[in-house]
Design a protein around this ligand. Structure first.
Ligand code: AMP
Ligand code: ZN
Length: 487
């Protein structure tokens, strides 16, 4: 398998540490709001990698973190550690505890992943009844469950002489690591300094780029809600340490691949690598891979904190299917920037429905996989996930003179990686549709939802979507009306 390695600045052969195995750590969601479509891009891209590695016969060990404490509002843009905790801020807004915010949005992540046909980190389909209560059985790791491991790793970093303590925090001293900025090649002085009014700078901090390993429950954070005791006093972990701690606790002191969005390169992954070297004397991660941005059409960065970006339910309300979103993101290489627009999504939808109907016309008899196509599929997958070549290959196969039953079998086989439910959907989509008059309670809910949408009562419309879901039906909005499908 070849992938673009951010540190090598080129496409390289991914040679696993242990033959036949591939260990992957994926930066996961900060669960303080519904995911936006930029996040979805990241998860679809890395789901395709995950599925591809399984398809290629690797035994994949994957973990994805869930950040439920310590991610500051200022960290993404400025790299400053002194913003508001995103979880606390949202908890205040919604009038509930941070842990309940986390649980609520973990469930929303699961709903979105399930709809997008994203596999769980352990490689299974996400069961319909999976909630925040059991996510850790499926390969997700919650930061708040690993605070002990974080404290242990911080102790190691401290023993190895990379830290200093102020009244407010324990810091990683970046000047102790000569190649600290290896990812960006920036000079330390060039690293941006937080500049927002809300950001308080610790006057005892030595260098602007030093980052917090442990934040004490003092000063600005004296009322921080989630706290733990530690050798540096009561407080909570810095954001970056969770990934070093959970990655090594679960995958060991060396693992193959670390995935994340390009936004994580200059701060989050730079710091994670520094912590790894600080604790273990070596970088831990063999290959860092990053997906490019999904941008708004006006070149603006999509971000949850800025609002305005679309969530999956909003997109479904426009009449799209989750698999349209999946198709859009898997049809474009993870290293290509995407301008998001409704037209782009409509294009993906048309292409997907076209593909579906061609597959449907193949009939239902399954023959055997056409090996010549399978081997080209493997070749394209292994060339840095060349998805446009793969989609062209599928079209070529559909136009070929191979037997219909063999084409169908081949497409079924390739769909293990694409995850477009090509065959299932085309055969089942119509039979799964709800027919009015079957159940008076469902009929009533449909009627109520249509009128709620007409009167722009989106809150009620959302509630009814949930109610229908509880009855086992998925709503697909179509202009003024809706269609219902059995889940
Ligand atoms: P967060 O929940 O903010 O930690 O982000 C979750 C994942 O989505 C991370 O891997 C980010 O790098 C990625 N991500 C966030 N915004 C975008 C975007 N606009 N385009 C692509 N990836 C993104
Ligand atoms: Zn991370």
């Amino acid at each position: 398998m070849k992938l673009y390695s951010t540190l090598d600045r080129s496409v390289v052969d991914i040679l696993p540490l242990k033959e036949g195995e591939m260990s992957i750590y994926s930066c996961g969601p900060t669960v303080y709001s519904r995911m936006h479509i930029g996040n979805i891009r990241a998860y679809v891209n890395w789901d395709v990698l995950h599925r591809a590695l399984i398809y290629l016969g690797f035994e994949v060990k994957r973990v994805m973190n869930i950040t439920d404490v310590g991610h500051m509002s200022s960290q993404d843009d400025f790299g400053s550690d002194f913003g508001d905790d995103k979880m606390d801020r949202q908890a205040e807004k919604e009038g509930i505890q941070p842990i309940d915010i986390a649980n609520k949005y973990i469930d929303s992540v699961l709903d979105d992943f399930r709809a997008l046909n994203i596999l769980s980190p352990i490689g299974s389909i996400i069961p319909a009844d999976l909630t925040f209560k059991n996510v850790e059985k499926y390969g997700w790791a919650r930061a708040t469950s690993y605070v002990d491991e974080m404290i242990q790793i911080i102790k190691k970093i401290e023993e190895n002489g990379y830290t200093y303590e102020t009244e407010q925090a324990l810091y990683f001293d970046v000047t102790k690591l000569p190649d600290y900025t290896i990812f960006t090649g920036q000079k330390l002085e060039e690293k941006s300094i937080a500049s927002r009014e809300e950001v308080e700078v610790d006057t005892q901090k030595k260098n602007p780029a030093d980052f917090v390993l442990w934040m004490k429950r003092v000063g600005k954070y004296k009322d921080h809600i989630m706290n733990w005791s530690s050798p540096w006093g009561e407080g909570f972990p810095g954001w970056h340490i969770e990934c070093s701690a959970m990655g090594t606790a679960i995958l060991g002191e060396n693992f193959d691949i670390h995935t994340g969005g390009i936004d994580h390169v200059p701060v989050h992954h730079t710091n994670e690598r520094a912590q790894n070297i600080g604790a273990f004397g070596h970088p831990v991660v063999k290959y860092w891979v990053h997906n490019e941005w999904l941008l708004n059409t006006d070149e603006g960065k999509l971000s949850k904190s800025k609002g305005g970006a679309s969530s999956l339910p909003e997109i479904l309300d426009q009449g799209f299917d989750p698999l349209d979103v999946r198709y859009l993101f898997l049809s474009i290489n993870y290293r290509t920037r995407i301008q998001y627009s409704e037209q782009a999504l409509q294009g993906a939808r048309n292409a997907r429905l076209g593909l579906n109907s061609k597959v449907l016309s193949l009939g239902t008899e399954k023959g055997s996989v056409v090996q010549a196509y399978k081997s080209r599929f493997v070749e394209y997958l292994e060339s840095n996930l060349n998805m446009s070549a793969i989609l062209a290959l599928i079209n070529e196969l559909l136009r070929s003179s191979e037997k219909k039953a063999d084409i169908l079998a081949t497409i079924l086989d390739l769909d293990n990686v694409l995850g477009l439910n090509l065959v299932n959907l085309s055969a089942d989509e119509t039979s799964k549709q709800y027919i009015l008059g079957t159940d008076s309670e469902i009929d009533r809910l449909i009627e109520e939802r249509v009128s709620a949408k007409k009167s722009k009562d989106y809150k009620r419309a959302d509630e009814i979507r949930e109610e229908l879901l509880n009855h086992g039906y998925q709503v697909v909005d179509t202009g003024d009306g809706l269609q219902l499908f059995k889940k």
